[in-house]
Design a protein around this ligand. Structure first.
Ligand code: ATP
Ligand code: MG
Length: 467
């Protein structure tokens, strides 16, 4: 699971907040419940104390103080009911104190006497008294010269609170778990279109800028986002189209003046009265015009490829035959530099595509191999079949390519060593043409190289079906 994903962070945040809310609510519930239960118990005790004061003590003058013990035992049986009852007379004399309760939750003698000053104006004093084994909730009433105290252990209240606590302790994680699972499903569902948009956006490149991202008509931010992105892609498409159109138009427009320029320069050069240095200048001018014409032709070829014209013609042809004849045609170039070109070709490597474009691939790769290999070097062409693919390898033992340049080899106008490549007449467009042709034919091209140890360009094209 990706811990940095939006869904993970949202759900974690949601779970954290939910747990905090539940814990705070649970704690408040416990505090209020304790307060409510204790005050209810205290009120009951105070009422009972008042009852004793009003009934038994009202008639004490008649019955005598000794009768009190019997009457309390008979009417309230404090021991059996786990109650604490104490009746204190004048000067702190204890008239009656109940015995230890059955449940043994407190020792009556441990319960401290109340201060006379603690009673309110109605003569009532409710309190919580700590004893050795816990606490006792006591309602005390001061009436005439007597203080009647009735109490009960807090054990029952504590038990109820523990049960509520247990319920919360189990219920809280279960509640959080259910809420988080629900939240996770919701977030995942809500973010699903984001994944689809991202996937589609990754697939869109300059070659398929006419495609658009899916728009989920949900009326939410995601709909707005995909519409905005689609508008952006449309603007990009427009910009790319106009830049391609500009390159195509410019190179097309440059062709004619260059041809005229070449013709004029050639006719000037034929003038026999020309001085030697003028003839030399004309020669180098002609060379530059040729170079310019080559660049213009390459640009035109690239803009045609961009426009998708490369895949217009699809025929079956033998790649091995194409490579060997091309190598023969280019043998003069190799001979000039005393480079040995070897051809290791399997027979009948039939592929389907545009033959003249594939020839251009071979020409460009072989031209580079010869150009960037010093005199006396070797170039090996290998054509083979590997499972369903035809493989063309152009390997040389020339200057090689530094590792940091390898990822940029197929970019337009990229040259490893600008000055050296310019000397050799290159514009840096040959390999981008190779790449574009390969892409249009469903082929792939890559390169491996070692500086000083030569390079190997490898084209992989699917074999024609049924071969
Ligand atoms: N076989 C090779 N060995 C060493 N370097 C190479 C090889 N092939 C290409 N390169 C390097 O890659 C650069 C780009 O090659 P690319 O064919 O695109 O352009 P170019 O040969 O300079 O010019 P163009 O092909 O347009 O005339 C070259 O300038 C050269 O530095
Ligand atoms: Mg080249």
């Amino acid at each position: 699971m990706n811990t940095r994903s939006l869904s993970f962070r949202l759900v974690t945040w949601y779970a954290g907040v939910l747990t905090l809310v539940f814990v705070v609510l649970g704690s408040l519930t416990l505090i209020f419940l304790r307060h409510y239960l204790e005050s209810a118990v205290l009120d009951t005790q105070a009422r009972r104390a008042r009852q004793i004061a009003d009934t038994l003590l009202a008639s004490v003058d008649r019955t005598g103080e000794q009768a009190i013990t019997r009457q309390v035992e008979e009417l309230y049986s404090p021991q059996v009911n786990d109650r604490f009852i104490r009746i204190t007379g004048t000067r702190g004399r204890v008239l009656y104190i109940s015995g230890p309760p059955h449940d043994g939750t407190f020792v009556p003698a441990d319960v401290a006497r109340p201060e006379a000053a603690s009673f309110d104006r109605q003569g009532v004093f409710e309190r919580r008294e700590s004893v050795r084994s816990g606490s006792v909730l006591i309602g005390a009433v001061a009436s005439r010269n007597y203080i009647v105290e009735v109490g009960v252990s807090t054990q029952r209240t504590e038990e109820t609170l523990s049960q509520v606590l247990l319920l919360l302790a189990v219920g809280l994680p279960v509640g959080v778990l259910i809420a988080v699972s629900g939240g996770f499903v919701l977030v995942r569902r809500a973010l699903k279109p984001v994944n689809r948009i991202a996937q589609k956006a990754e697939d869109i490149s300059q070659h398929n800028l006419s495609e658009r991202l899916p728009v989920v008509q949900s009326g939410d931010e995601l709909e707005r986002l995909s519409i905005s992105l689609n508008n952006m892609i449309a603007r990009l498409e427009d910009a790319v189209q106009s830049s391609k159109r500009f390159v195509a138009d410019a190179s097309h427009e440059l062709r004619t003046p260059l041809t005229v320029l070449r013709g004029e320069l050639e006719s000037l050069a034929q003038d026999v009265q020309l001085k030697a240095h003028t003839r030399e200048s004309l020669g180098s001018l002609l060379e530059e015009v040729d170079r310019l014409a080559e660049v213009v032709e390459s640009l035109l070829a690239l803009s045609k490829l961009d426009a998708g014209e490369a895949s217009a013609e699809r025929v079956r042809f033998d790649l091995a035959e194409l490579v060997t004849t091309t190598a023969e045609q280019m043998s003069l170039l190799a001979e000039d530099k005393n480079i040995r070109v070897e051809c290791d070709a399997a027979r009948n490597v039939i592929v389907e595509g545009d033959r003249s474009r594939m020839k251009q691939v071979v020409v460009n790769l072989l031209d580079n191999a010869i150009k960037y290999t010093p005199n006396g070097g070797n170039v090996l062409l290998r054509i083979a079949r590997e499972s369903d693919n035809a493989i063309l390898e152009v390997a040389d033992n020339g200057v090689g390519i530094p590792a940091d340049a390898l990822p940029h080899m197929f970019k337009r106008f990229f040259r490893v060593d600008d000055s050296r490549s310019r000397e050799q007449g290159g514009a840096g467009l040959g390999l981008s043409i190779v790449k574009s042709i390969c892409a249009a034919q469903g082929a792939e091209v890559d390169v491996t190289s070692r500086p000083g140890g030569g390079s190997c360009f490898r084209v992989r094209q699917p074999l024609a079906r049924g071969v």
